[in-house]
Write a new protein. Sequence first.
Length: 311
Amino acid sequence: MTTALPSGGAALVPRSTMAADRPHTTPLLRAGPRLRAAWVLSGAVLAVMVVASALGLVVDDLYPEQPWAVAALRGNDLVTLVVVAPVLAVALATSRRRPTSASVLLWLGMLFYGTYNYAYYAFGTTFNDVFLLHVLAFSASAAGLVLLGSSIDPVEAARGVVGGTRARVVAVFTTLVGLALLGAWGTLSVRFALKGALPEDVMPPSAVHLVYALDLGVLAPAFILSGVLLWRRTPWGAVLAVAVNASGAAYLAVLWAVGGFQADAGIPGKTWLSPVAVGSVLACLLATLALLVHPHADPAVAPRHPTPARA
């Protein structure tokens, strides 16, 4: 769109540029019923994470599953209890007192983790005594994610995210992660369609099916979209890239712990010392920190002052 200038000339001013020129007094979180509901739901998610994960770790026969699945669920519970729940608690407390881009976007990322993570518990496990808690965690995370996302001012949030070369590197990394998931699971799915060959793993086909469905339908698109938008320097790109990489680091820590618990359960080929698992966690964690730790860096979406076009 074109915006008329007082001198009589006209300059092409993108909508995103006009939004970026809004004053810094714009609140990062828009007050209203959606934000209040996000607070309530996030508090419920935090409480359920702590209770359900603790029960999963201390009650030996809580999960009536095969040994590989019990080990996977308990490894998941460990990371959720000692990593994700504390991060969510700190993000909520900080955002309550004085919201910053880091606290709000980590909050958003942990709700994305809750949605993705508890989909496995709600749809992929045998009925158990904490089934209702898992369903509550899934639905509250999903609803809280939408309500919080719609309460964030993306331009204001993007001011606290690093731009420039660091953002470009993270954008490429984030996009490649999504494309790698799409390529790996998509290729195996096409192979099954053509040859009927199921993926070989310790998991039965029904469990593999759920992994592929969530990764291809939720995780891969989230990484690709946030990476592309971050490369284009859009405010939502900055917001989503932080949230997606933070949730990715948390869930990759789950996969690392799952491998360890499965190794302890005697599952062949599993170990606590997987270089791929540890390296993946560190890569997503570094991507998150690269966007948020910026002592002398330009913001991802900097205010711009277009020069009037010559008459």
